[in-house]
Design a protein around this ligand. Sequence first.
Ligand code: 5BU
Length: 491
Amino acid sequence: MTRSCVPSSTGSDKNVKTMDERIDALVLRLHEIEAVKFGSFTLKSGLQSPIYIDLRVIVSYPDVLTAVAECMWDVLSNNGAKFDNMCGVPYTALPIATCMSLNHDCPMLMRRKEVKDYGTKKAIEGAFEKGQTCLLVEDLVTSGMSVMETVHPLQHVGLKTTDVVVLIDREQGGEQTLKKNGLKLHAVLPLSRVLKVLEKEGKMSKELVEEVQQFIAANQTGGDKPKEEKTKRETYAGRAKIASNQCAKDMFHLMEKKKSNLCVAADVDTAKELLELAETLGPEICMLKTHCDLYPDFTEDFGEKLQAIAKKHDFLIFEDRKFADIGNTVVGQYSSGVHKIADWSHVTNAHIVPGSGIIDGLKSVGLPKKRGLLLLAEMSSKGTMANGAYTEAAIQMAKDHKDFVMGFIATNPNAWKVEWSKGLINMTPGVQLQVGGDSMGQQYNTPMNVICNNGSDVIIVGRGIYKAQDPAKAASEYRKAGWEAYEKSVK
Ligand code: 5BU
């Protein structure tokens, strides 16, 4: 297919400066306008970073914006990229894409960030034809997640996406993630080059460069490749032997038996739909996660019916209740009320915000029934406060209640480096086959990253399965992906 946009470089001062010179000059300008800063910065994830890159400021410096857009176009030209139109990832990359579009007469499209469900509402604005190839324009890539959030709606309307151009690649695994999703990354500035130029020009000390390099090396998002040093670990069967909680033991055994580490988050609208889904997906899963307060048709016999299906297909039930009150209150919430969760759900979970009394309360109800409790050590959503000291407190509370606490909701247990917890299960929500997220802060990681690189045991998948055209087929795909990741990690 002929593509209408075939970049050839036309930078304004290209005749007087080589591309390398222009890029080096741009690095200095970015430092000057504080788009690249050094110090101690708290990132959204809670991590302390010695480097902070904020390219939003470039809109106030037309010379920088022009140089950025020209360098990005030239990189595409050097790499022989071809496309029909382009779409900037909102918001920082929008003016960059606009500049490229105007300077090179290449049509632009826009993604509406506020459309929550691109299946039903118009998410891509502009004129295009199905089958055209759309270039993704982004200012900065770290994990590749925000790029994927724009790729999905573009693909959904029939556009092909093959190339992504960015100004800065933080070299933290984004390129590998994009590659796994069929995208080639064109970066003007790998972060290492930014550091090199700034050190050469006396803007950074050697020690500071090393500090940033160490931070980047220690905070890889992992792409989707198994990291060699983290791959080997104990099998589920081996861990069943050392688990103290009965539900954890049962879960490890049944995962090994069924060859499934897939938990489906069945957030459907009614109890009727939930029971149907449990019947359909039962053979594929080790656990079914419910939110029983979602169902307007919840009846007293719900638990009994679900238990029968769970028994038939051999899976555990996990009511994702997220208890968060003092011990005395959660006793009643867990055992009685409309839902009587303790009667039918093998597993439930709790926030540790109230302190360890919440575990004592839940345990007084759950332990005699051989139930298990998951503590929320981390969450999948953007900006979660469950990190650092909070996560450490959750780990300590689990250690003090090994009989009842069966494990954690966790996103990166490998980072905890806790040896004693092998008998506990780590379960991770926010999983889809591609990285990305939704418009309300959910963040998705892939089964390979979750199980193999981040050291979790169970993938929890909701919309990736129950919103699929064929949920049974999707569940089988997720099960396969989760199991392959597990096998890779124990080899
Ligand atoms: P999704 O459709 O795959 O995004 O559903 C994720 C499910 O996991 C949903 O039921 C959430 O309530 C649940 N969840 C989560 O997404 N993130 C968390 O940190 C915890 C639970 Br805890």
